[in-house]
Write a protein that binds this ligand. Structure first.
Ligand code: SAH
Ligand code: SF4
Length: 348
């Protein structure tokens, strides 16, 4: 039978306190309940051992506890682990745990699918199915942190919003998930310095993020500092062009003093010429930044090839000569389709 109970995780603090007080329960119970739901992530009211029987009964009648469910795990030969999760409404998303140099990074999804259809990305071929609720994003972090303890015996070092979807098009839930993950009382007390939002570049939302006082990092998927080339790769560039993104990143830096990262996939014959490196370098002159070159992971549409190693080296050296910090990231987890841009729920 269909349940018409409310999803307790979505009830805001004020409303939950009112509901409790209107039924003669003490308002400090709100915080106890939220701690059970998020910090301890229990899946039934029965397990909330410091609540009275009467309150547990009241809560079970009125509310459901919906949670993210792990459907399957796959392990890559390089140690990367991919998790397929089911949201309670049925959509499926993926999260990835990536170990490297004694550090563990969790990559989480913000949407099921993505509406932006960048031409190099497999997720973009899925269409947008759902904006994740804040707790569905938070619970990926929770589960991946628990798995990190189990597998590597350590806390997550980094959390990147680089899984499925465009975080800044699910802005409210993404911000709330970060606040909760960082909250020492009800969440995981993670330092925001360990969290990075990656965006395809929504200027207006970058400006808004500058005022959230979240203190997390921001990465822009630029991939070309030339409007014509960038628009051919990413339709979003038609409404958020290179100049508007440069202004937004400058503004973000001025407001937060946090240095944004520029992500750049090197695609053979598309954006890997010396002239492309020069344009990228001038883009990076407007604010302090660092560049992260990403190795292209082949997807099924066959449109692109990754740059040759000699072109990659020339490109990187050209940027280095201009004294802009630059790193090269080789993707992990390719054999289980867990690398950047490859997340499409093939585990089904
Ligand atoms: N929507 C956000 C975050 C998810 S994509 C964004 O676009 O930034 C995370 C990163 O993977 C982005 O930098 C994206 O450009 C990159 N990516 C997408 N497809 C890729 C592919 N086939 N190979 C390598 N990186 C890819
Ligand atoms: Fe969406 Fe990011 Fe993939 Fe573009 S690269 S389609 S914005 S997930």
């Amino acid at each position: 039978m269909k349940s018409y109970k409310l999803d307790i995780k979505k009830i805001d603090d004020g409303t939950l306190t009112d509901i409790l007080e209107n039924s003669n329960f003490k308002k400090f119970r709100k915080s106890q309940i939220k701690t059970w739901l998020f910090k301890k992530n229990v899946n039934s009211f029965e397990k909330m051992t410091n609540l009275s029987k009467e309150l547990k009964r009241f809560l079970s009648k009125k509310f459901d506890i919906n949670s993210l469910e792990i459907i399957s795990k796959s392990k890559s030969s390089d140690g990367t682990n991919k998790y397929l999760f089911r949201l309670h409404q049925g959509n499926e998303i993926e999260g990835v745990l990536i170990p490297s140099n004694n550090r563990v990074t969790a990559c989480v999804s913000s949407q099921a699918g993505c509406s932006l259809d960048c031409s190099f990305c497999a997720t973009g071929k899925l269409d947008l199915k759902k904006n994740l609720d804040f707790y569905e994003i938070y619970e990926q972090i929770f589960v991946l942190n628990k798995e990190s303890h189990k597998i590597y015996n350590k806390n997550l070092n980094n959390i990147v919003y680089m899984g499925m979807g465009e975080p800044l098009l699910n802005y409210k839930n993404v911000v709330q998930s970060i606040r909760l993950a960082c909250c020492p009382n009800e969440g995981l007390a993670i330092s925001p310095k360990r969290i990075t939002i990656s965006t395809s570049g929504i200027s207006k939302m970058i400006n808004k993020l500058a005022h959230e006082n979240l203190r997390c990092n921001l990465a822009l998927s630029l991939h070309s500092a030339d409007d014509e080339i960038r628009s051919s790769l990413m339709k979003i560039n038609n409404s958020n062009n290179v100049e508007s993104l440069s202004k937004s990143l400058k503004y973000f830096y001025e407001q937060t003093k946090i240095r944004p990262t520029i992500e750049y996939i090197l695609l053979k014959g598309v954006n890997d010429k010396i002239s492309d490196a020069n344009k990228l370098a001038s883009f990076c002159k407007n604010f302090p930044t660092k560049i992260n070159i990403i190795e292209y992971n082949k997807i099924d549409n066959g449109l692109f090839e990754k740059s040759s190693s000699s072109n990659t080296e020339t490109f990187i050296n050209c940027i280095k000569r201009k004294n802009i910090p630059i790193t090269y990231r080789i993707s992990k987890g390719k054999d289980i389709k867990a690398a950047c841009g490859q997340l499409v729920n093939q585990g089904k």
